[in-house]
Design a protein around this ligand. Sequence first.
Ligand code: NI
Length: 151
Amino acid sequence: MAVYKIVEIGDEVLREKAKPVKEITPNIIKLLDNMADTMYEANGVGLAAPQIGVSKRVIVIDVGEGLVELINPEIVEASGNVVDTEGCLSVPGMIGEVARADKLVVKGINRQGKAVTYQAKGWLARAFQHEIDHLEGVVFVDRAANLRKAE
Ligand code: NI
């Protein structure tokens, strides 16, 4: 088990377009394990690899429905629109309202290198969109209305 330091807004890596993973190597497995440890340690519901300084297309999510790990995630369908409050481990202490699709189909590969598809709605759909944004160099503050300090 290892916990990475989470980089904060202002760090260039959060603004880069992350690179696809070409091959599942032991380093990618270790990255997934340590990203989950880091997310849970920080009481987060999601983490993208750029947030620990690794510009690769890898995300982990747990909105209370179990751990989701996804490599090279891609949103292939999106519908609905819902506004809710978000924060981000890379923007400590700040929250804001973000409009997101309510239902998604997300594809990617798992740690075995197999293609997987998630049908997501609600918080899981929101978390996918937030984390996939990180892979594009987008941080929630770019999309947020009423950005403010969390109470
Ligand atoms: Ni975030």
